[in-house]
Write a protein that binds this ligand. Structure first.
Ligand code: FES
Length: 137
């Protein structure tokens, strides 16, 4: 004959107690994480204008630095433009502008004297041509 169940009979360790069976807690299945749509990673826009020049068959991209000469900006940025006098007389630093020429100020007297008609073909003296103090974007 079974004993009737009482509150005390359910406490573990008491005589006649019914061993408590603990049911395993339900485990929540982890919901699948929503997949991110594959989009190209947005990269910060490079807002600094760049002047692209060619010298001796090599191309160089030089970031515009207000009021700095094209040569000094190029050298500071690791572009090894050829140069010699830095006075506008030897012509060794002559480059041809391929793009971004609007960032540069008007040709100097030294450039006009040295380059003459080549100015209209986009040639400049890197040591004499300076970026404008305000760079158009
Ligand atoms: S380095 Fe001589 S003209 Fe520019």
């Amino acid at each position: 004959m079974r004993k009737p169940l009482t509150v005390g009979s359910l406490i573990a360790g008491r005589t006649g107690s019914v061993p408590m069976q603990t049911a395993p807690l339900p485990v929540k299945a982890e919901a699948p994480k929503p997949q991110m749509a594959s989009r190209p990673v947005a990269r910060p826009q490079e807002s600094t204008p760049v002047v692209l020049v060619r010298q001796n068959g090599r191309q160089f991209a030089v970031k515009a630095v207000p009021s700095q000469t094209l040569l000094s900006a190029a050298l500071a940025q690791g572009a090894n433009l050829a140069y010699k006098c830095q006075q506008g007389s030897c012509g060794k630093c002559t480059v041809q502008l391929l793009a971004g020429g609007t960032c540069l100020a008007a040709p100097t007297t030294q450039e006009q004297d040295r380059l003459g008609g080549k100015l209209v073909q986009g040639y400049r003296l890197a040591c004499q041509s300076s970026f404008r103090s305000t760079i158009p974007k």
